[in-house]
Design a protein around this ligand. Structure first.
Ligand code: FES
Ligand SMILES: [Fe+2]
Length: 336
């Protein structure tokens, strides 16, 4: 008979690194967020989207440029996405108050003077690559990423994925510096060993690195990849020697989830139109297969930075970058 020890083993503790608060705590990342496709906003229409912890509307002003404004009418709170565009102004369906492109109420339906404080929040907006982008901040602090090919020599294809992933954008973006998963999950090999995080290019709002390697099919690749903000994946490179560009920005329709867009780019001077579209088909299939690899992990992950190894150095650096990335929420009182 063996004696039963009265001593218990020391309690097991999981080793955790400093956590990263979810988006929405202390505001949201001060970055450009994709709101919708340009094609979703024909002139004269209003469309509504959930954004951050609230809601916005998108429409085109008299100059044709897209605007993103808080969705709820300052009168009694009607959702302006059920309103219309009247003589270039956004008009509420409920009592016909009208707003100009800056969000200022310029007229009430009944003729009473517009209350001076009746206004909507107007986000800084850009329309680029077939996407309407809004900056979460009063003034943009950086620009969208550029491809190394002039826009007029690019064929662009843009789409929005149907699904909403249950993670913050930075969790998906943490894939990019996560060199271990690029090999293990995606089966990509590096020709010259793992990319060296000390040779990444970091700014206060982005990082980039390059490598040469092979896809699981054996096709040679040469990529420059990185993240802008905490939510925009950027890629410029080649498969089998032919250049393509790819941007995958993530939006926040509500805290803890993301919408995903794909911007695919090919050079128009590489070949004829039919061939360019075929090439874009192949790039789209390649990028969708990468998302297919990530999907089961991202749909179930409970992301908690824990025990890491030497090969996680670039991932750790990214997590540090995310922890320090500015958060803000100037539209808080308007969009919800
Ligand atoms: S709620 Fe919009 S005009 Fe009254
Ligand atoms: Fe991945």
């Amino acid at each position: 008979m063996s004696a039963i020890s009265s001593e218990r083993p020391p309690a097991l503790r999981r080793v955790l690194a400093q956590p990263i608060p979810p988006e929405g705590e202390g505001g949201f990342s001060r970055t450009w967020f994709p709101i919708c496709l340009s094609a979703d906003v024909p002139a004269g229409t209003v469309t509504g989207r959930d954004f951050l912890d609230g809601r916005v509307v998108v429409y085109r002003g008299p100059d044709g440029a897209a605007r993103v404004l808080s969705a709820y009418c300052p009168h009694l709170g009607a959702d302006l996405s059920v309103g219309d565009v009247h003589e270039g102004q956004l008009r509420c369906a409920f009592h016909h108050w009208r707003f100009d492109t800056t969000g200022t109420c310029v007229a009430t339906g009944c003729g009473d003077p517009a209350p001076p404080r009746a206004r909507l929040f107007a986000f800084p907006v850009q329309e680029r690559y077939g996407v309407v982008w809004a900056f979460n901040g009063e003034t943009p602090t950086f620009d969208l990423p550029d491809f190394p090919v002039p826009d007029d020599r690019l064929a662009i294809r843009t789409l929005e994925l149907d699904e909403i992933f249950p993670v913050d954008p930075w969790v998906f973006c943490a894939n990019t510096p996560d060199v271990q998963h690029i090999k293990a999950l995606h089966g990509i090999t590096f020709d010259d060993g793992d990319p060296d995080p000390d040779r990444f290019t970091w700014t206060d709002h982005s990082f980039r690195y390059g490598f040469e390697g092979r896809l699981p099919s054996g096709d040679p690749i040469s990529y420059e990849i990185g993240i802008t903000g905490t939510n925009i994946f950027y890629q410029s490179g080649s498969v089998n020697g032919r250049w393509f560009g790819f941007i995958m920005p993530f939006g926040i329709p509500r805290p803890g989830s993301i919408t995903s867009f794909m911007v695919l780019a090919a050079r128009t001077d590489d070949s004829g139109e039919g061939d360019t579209q075929e090439f874009l088909d192949s790039v789209q299939a390649l990028e969708e297969s990468i998302v297919d690899d990530d999907r089961p992990v991202l749909n179930t992950i409970h992301f908690r930075p824990g025990t890491t190894t030497r090969s996680d150095k670039s991932l750790n650096r990214f997590l540090h970058y995310v922890r320090g990335f500015p958060r803000t929420h100037p539209a808080r009182d308007f969009i919800n």
